[in-house]
Design a protein around this ligand. Structure first.
Ligand SMILES: C[S@@+](CC[C@H](N)C(=O)[O-])C[C@H]1O[C@@H](n2cnc3c(N)ncnc32)[C@H](O)[C@@H]1O
Length: 322
């Protein structure tokens, strides 16, 4: 069996017997007014964060959801795009497609606004999405891409890039590792399937997104996810995994490199009313301006005495440079 087949077998099992919090942490799914999440769907919340960002889901976007699981996030996306076929959910595991279909039928009984035709569940996988180039506004995946070995992750990211319209968004949530995961754990296919040993470091994860062509990456959340302890995982030191929610845009990569927003701001503290770096960044004295990490580094070098750069908050949702 390949590691992908091991993962498929694992998700076949947890489709048949839901296991609360088995592969990911237990977290309360995003609650929305008038949305009732069926209990069985909630029990199959196998995501480690959220990919659903309500303030951006206007104009009923078409969403391609990769790895449907129990259908929870497909339902949440459908909440915002209430039309036939608005959410296309791709899933290679038969029993998982069946479970999601059943859960969405229950959701239709419990939610007067929802019709199962809003979500189309298709056979397919992250490497061969069954839709044309530049055809969707959003691609989303939660806690799936971390399972992939690095070269497969690159293939999946490129495939997501292919199907997104220009300006479209890749909305992801995945575990990341605070230091490289040792080979003996990476090679453990069961742990990898459980989202516990395939995670890359923040640096490597974001670099692979950029290498796939995404010109802007926004970090929406970063929080502790799991601790791999020395005894259970045969490590010399405990290893903390975090979960990272991100939105990456299919826009051109600027000549001086992609923009990654992590919640940093630049504040001009000089004597003039404002500071102009002649590169498109105008800082009013005393007023924080959101900047990407690349601009933050340039401004910090430019004039460290007069420009203060605040730390990453790991939450950015608009405004500022670039
Ligand atoms: C960790 S679960 C996450 C499910 C869902 N996103 C959630 O948040 O609850 C991973 C999902 O991806 C599916 N999957 C496994 N291998 C896949 C692949 N190669 N391509 C697409 N989906 C895959 C699994 O069957 C499972 O439904």
């Amino acid at each position: 069996m390949t590691y992908l087949e091991t993962a498929a077998q694992f998700y076949h099992e947890v489709a048949q017997t839901p296991q609360v919090g088995l592969c990911c942490v237990q977290s309360t799914p995003l609650q929305l007014p008038g949305l009732k999440i069926p209990d069985k769907m909630q029990a199959m919340n196998y995501g480690c964060g959220t990919t659903v960002h309500p303030t951006e889901l206007f104009n009923q976007p078409t969403v391609l959801y990769v790895g449907v699981g129990g259908g929870l996030e497909a339902l949440q996306f459908a909440y915002f795009s209430r039309r036939v076929g608005a959410v296309i959910a791709v899933e290679p595991v038969d029993s998982m497609r069946e479970a999601a279909t059943r859960n969405l039928e229950i959701a239709a009984e419990e939610n007067p606004w929802f019709d199962t035709s809003f979500v189309e569940i298709c056979t397919g996988d992250a490497f061969n999405l069954p839709i044309g180039d530049a055809s969707v506004d959003v691609v989303a995946q939660n806690c799936l891409f971390n399972i992939f070995e690095p070269e497969d992750l690159t293939r999946a990211l490129k495939e997501a890039y292919r199907v997104l319209k220009p300006g479209g968004r890749l909305q992801m949530s995945d575990p990341i590792a605070t230091r490289p995961i040792p080979a003996h754990l990476q090679q453990d296919e069961q742990l990898r399937a459980m989202c516990l040993s395939g995670a890359l470091t923040y640096q490597e994860y974001t670099q692979r997104i950029i290498n796939a062509g995404f010109g802007q990456v926004e970090i929406r959340a970063r929080r502790p996810y799991r601790l791999l302890d020395t005894q259970t995982y045969k490590l010399e030191e405990n290893l903390l995994l975090e979960s990272l929610d991100s939105v990456s845009f299919k826009v051109a990569i600027p000549e001086d490199g992609a923009c990654i927003f992590t919640g940093k701001t630049a504040i001009y503290a000089g004597t003039e009313p404002f500071f102009d770096d002649s590169a498109g960044h105008l800082l009013q004295r005393g007023v924080p301006a959101a900047v990407c990490d690349k601009t933050a580094a340039k401004l910090a070098n430019f004039n460290p005495a007069e420009i203060m750069i605040t730390d990453s908050t790991w939450h950015y949702d608009g405004g500022g440079c670039c």
